[in-house]
Design a protein around this ligand. Structure first.
Ligand SMILES: NC(=O)c1ccc[n+]([C@@H]2O[C@H](COP(=O)([O-])OP(=O)(O)OC[C@H]3O[C@@H](n4cnc5c(N)ncnc54)[C@H](O)[C@@H]3O)[C@@H](O)[C@H]2O)c1
Ligand SMILES: [Zn+2]
Ligand SMILES: [Zn+2]
Length: 396
């Protein structure tokens, strides 16, 4: 099969690998028809490089057709159309029963001290081969895959793997509801979809912040009040307060994560880790912390007193200082984590009808053959050619 393989910082290649096979009774093999490129892949492409191993297959937003099932997979049949959640979960443990599939106790990575295994996501998360490939071995297939109807094109359903549940959870964790106010930092796929979900739930005021023109334009067209960071000259907090009765919003979603622009020191540290041998760089990243917290700090400043911050953006590291006094004094609540994909599927599926409430059918800006992955990664990272969401079509 052909697959997208990580070789080093900003070096991914499409290569021929052996086809995956059923290894456990709970496995399935899925032939991938569509598979997304995510902001999380950009972390692996660059900052998380110390946790990667050359040869890792990337990707965690796939869907396709079941090609084979293990003997314990009785809920799926060959030929079924399925979307694969990015977290690998058993569905039956203490955590899964409580809707915390990203903490599944069957697939937790205890040696690494991390939660559930994830597709295509470093040795921190089980080093499971990812879904930017023609074929995918799906562990825990007796639970994970989401069966979807035949008929509509893949784009109707592919975002159930990550973007939709992540945005849904972000809005839910923000406590956003009808009549409340919400700022969304970052209008990439996750932030843009969070705005759409919030508007669908009748959140009264949705303000989106980014600095890329076409991302701002798109959310403006979605009915979001957008603020271009380039226009506010460091006075974002002021601007948002003016728009929210002088108090700040009830909630802020950080849909940026450690890719945040604007923190020169950390950027230097990241470049530095790129120059160190991997073992050292891995240690520096997890012990010394070289993450950029610019977006999170902005969220802390923006949110009203007694408000809530919901972190969808991924963070790592240990020692970056947080303004604890401000957080305590403002009485801020913070919720965060990988999306528990299956927890939200029943809420989201009814919105994926022909009326396309969330606008998924034309959410992707680029559909590309898998062979173009190397160019697509650099285009998406550099936000060239209007790239907001890339979906690969393996086999085309
Ligand atoms: N929690 C989860 O389960 C989960 C799932 C998917 C993605 N993520 C994370 O969500 C984040 C966003 O993913 P994405 O696919 O939308 O990626 P993306 O990189 O395309 O989007 C990030 C956006 O933030 C903007 N930005 C950068 N710095 C900013 C700042 N200081 N203020 C406001 N905007 C800023 C960028 O211009 C970009 O448009 C990533 O960190 C990703 O890892 C988390
Ligand atoms: Zn993703
Ligand atoms: Zn479980």
């Amino acid at each position: 099969m052909r697959a997208v393989v990580w070789h080093g910082r900003r070096d991914v290649r499409v290569e021929t690998l052996p086809d995956p096979t059923i290894r456990q009774a709970t496995d399935a093999i899925v032939r991938i028809t569509s598979t997304g490129l995510c902001g999380s892949d950009l972390h692996l492409y660059e900052v998380m490089a110390p946790f990667m191993t050359p040869g890792d297959v990337l990707g965690h937003e796939p869907m396709g057709v079941v090609e084979a099932v293990g003997s314990a997979v009785t809920n799926l049949a060959v030929g079924d159309r399925v979307v694969i959640p990015f977290n690998i979960a058993c569905g039956a443990c203490w955590m899964c029963e409580r809707g915390l599939q990203s903490q599944c106790e069957t697939t937790q990575q205890r040696e690494q001290g991390t939660g559930a295994a994830l597709f295509g996501y470093t040795k921190l998360y089980g080093q499971v081969a990812g879904g930017q490939a023609e074929l995918l071995r799906v562990p825990q297939a007796q639970y994970g895959p989401i069966k979807v109807p035949e008929g509509p094109a893949d784009d109707r359903y592919v975002y159930l793997s990550d973007v939709l549940p992540t945005a849904w959870q972000a809005v839910h964790y923000a406590g956003a509801r009808a009549g409340s106010s919400l700022v969304v930092l970052g209008l990439g796929p996750i932030g843009a979809m969070s705005c759409r979900v919030a508007r669908h739930l009748a959140v009264e005021r949705v303000i989106g912040v980014d600095l890329v023109p076409e991302r701002l334009d798109r959310s403006r067209r979605d009915g979001v009040d957008v603020i271009d960071l380039n226009d506010v000259d460091g006075d974002l907090v002021e601007r948002v307060r003016e728009m929210t009765d002088g108090r700040g919003p009830d909630a802020v979603i950080d849909a940026v994560g450690m890719e945040a622009h604007g923190s020169g020191g950390a950027q230097m540290a990241q470049t530095l880790t790129g120059l160190l041998p991997d073992r050292l760089a891995e240690k520096l990243m997890s012990k010394a912390g070289v993450d950029r917290l610019a977006a999170l700090r902005t969220a802390i400043d923006l949110v009203r007193r007694g408000g809530t911050i919901s972190l969808a953006g991924v963070y790592g590291g240990m020692t970056d200082p947080l303004p604890m006094m401000t957080m305590f004094d403002k009485q801020i609540q913070i919720r965060m984590g990988q999306a528990n994909v299956k927890r939200w599927v029943d809420d989201i599926l009814p919105l994926l009808g022909d009326d396309d409430v969330l606008g998924v059918d034309d959410f992707a800006t680029h559909h590309l053959p898998l062979e173009q992955a190397p160019d697509a990664y650099s285009m998406f990272q550099q936000k060239r050619d209007g790239a907001i969401k890339v979906v690969f079509r393996p086999g085309t």
